[in-house]
Design a protein around this ligand. Structure first.
Ligand code: HAM
Length: 444
């Protein structure tokens, strides 16, 4: 294929097998979000560029280097959203959601965002973010609740060895104190910093701390930490948050150097880190923080908020590295094979009967031999092969083979659905139970 028609760098095709896995991840997040009172919001994939300049911030790498920005045919500067929060904030203000009486207002979204980053392992240019925004309440308990929900999501997905890196970047006053100190610290070392960091020094010296080039230098590592410049209020807020995380046994670490790359954060910031079993680190699988001034920045009344987003592709890479989906994917629950042309209609009736009862069923209609039918069953990892011959038709039964255990049983049509349900539950819940079910699911 000519180079110019190929997939653009940093993007991916998701074929059906992967889509099934993504759907599993997204459904798990969605179901858990429902338990915590979140409702979906959908906003446009593109917005006016100014929205991102104003919210994500002009000192961020995202705005400076990574946005897909273009003029539309009307001459307006438009940007493909590089993250989900800004659009949700705009929608919150534009639809006057701040006037809703019952706070907090909890919103989730699931969609593509675009960043012109250097593609690499776990780093793409089109990313699916599954994000959460909780608006209207300023409380360490709300921050803890978001982190607890994230933990519950990861446990339910089967991710166990993760750690939440958490820090506070304080309130406005704390950050102003800290910025003065950072500028003082870096003042005589500007020539040791990269070009971007010299710009960051002027715009927002906090950004120097998470620079991909200078971040590992001793100069940056030895820089003052925000902890020492927090106001009493910010300090107390963070301590209260940590006390909740302790109480609920959240696997967290305080990372005094975590500042996050977006300008809208204040107080609590966090990133979720997890390595694959063979030690690969694809970067944070999710991250977020508090943003009490953001709604005002986009033109609404003062409304505190906190949120986070998971990178769905990174969750997928992680679960795949655990072999989590081994045996998970199948095209059908049951594949029905007639023995001979005379049995085809009956086999098709059973297929339709199973579908109407909620099973993914397929009928072999091409007159395949038994051997090639079973090869196809194996290739497609179909858990149940159902064989119907003349005897089965006469006795209104069918012959069901469990392709995993190789067990074969003859079941009456009346009992077929109950049987399949029970057996499929065993197969699927064995792979999806987190081990934290306390006997509440039917894993064994
Ligand atoms: P973020 O840290 O920029 O935060 O992105 C959130 C997550 O998206 C990351 O932790 C990562 O899993 C995924 N991600 C980001 N960039 C890439 C990439 N190039 N390739 C693969 N995955 C990526 C935000 O976007 C904030 N809007 C989160 C938030 C919501 N804060 C408050 N509310």
């Amino acid at each position: 294929m000519a180079e110019e028609y190929k997939l653009p760098r940093g993007t991916q095709d998701f074929l059906p097998e992967t889509c099934d896995k993504l759907e599993y991840i997204e459904n798990t997040l969605k179901n858990m979000a429902g338990l915590y009172g979140y409702h979906e919001i959908r906003t446009p994939i593109f917005e006016h560029t100014n929205l991102f300049l104003r919210s994500v911030g002009e000192s961020s790498d995202i705005v400076n280097k990574e946005m897909y920005t273009f003029l539309d045919k009307g001459g307006r500067s438009i940007t493909l959203r590089p993250e989900g929060t800004a659009g949700v904030m705009r929608a919150f203000v534009e639809n006057k959601m701040y006037a809703l009486p019952d706070t907090p207002i909890k919103l989730f979204y699931d969609g593509s965002v675009f960043r012109y980053e250097r593609p690499g392992a776990g780093r793409y240019r089109q990313i699916t973010q599954f994000g959460f925004e909780c608006l209207g309440v300023h409380s360490p308990l709300i921050d803890a609740e978001l982190i607890l929900m994230n933990c519950a999501m990861l446990y339910t997905l089967g991710v166990k060895d993760f750690v939440i890196k958490v820090n506070t970047i304080g309130d406005v006053q704390s950050r102003e104190n800290y910025k003065v100190e950072l500028r003082e610290y870096f003042k005589d070392h500007l020539d040791e910093l990269c070009e971007d960091c010299r710009r960051r020094y002027e715009q927002n010296p906090l950004r120097i701390l998470d620079c991909k080039i200078d971040g590992d230098k001793d100069l940056v590592k030895n820089a003052p930490i925000i902890k020492d410049y927090l106001t009493e209020e910010s300090k107390a807020y963070f301590e209260k948050l940590l006390s909740y995380l302790d109480k609920f046994e959240v696997p967290y670490e305080v990372d005094n150097r975590l500042v996050r790359g977006l300008d809208y954060y204040c107080d609590t910031v966090f990133e979720i880190k997890c390595k694959t079993p063979d030690g690969k680190d694809y970067g944070a699988i999710g991250a977020g923080g508090r943003y009490d001034g953001l709604i005002e920045q986009v033109g609404g009344p003062h409304t505190p908020g906190i949120g986070m987003a998971f990178g769905v592709e990174r969750l997928l890479l992680l679960l795949e590295s655990y072999n989590f989906f081994e045996g998970y994917y199948n095209t059908f629950d049951a594949y029905i094979m007639p023995i001979g042309k005379e049995c085809l209609d009956f086999a098709f009736d059973i297929t339709m009967f199973l579908r109407s009862n909620g099973f993914k069923a397929e009928c072999e209609v091409q007159g395949k031999s038994m051997k090639s039918f079973f090869k196809s069953v194996e290739r497609q990892k179909v858990p149940f092969a159902i064989i119907v011959g003349e005897d089965e038709i006469k006795n209104r039964v069918c012959n069901v083979k469990n392709t995993l255990t190789k067990e074969q049983v003859t079941i009456s049509l009346d009992e077929l659905c109950t049987y399949l349900n029970k057996e499929l539950n065993k197969i699927y819940q064995r792979s999806s139970c987190s081990g934290e079910c306390n006997g509440n699911c039917s894993c064994e």
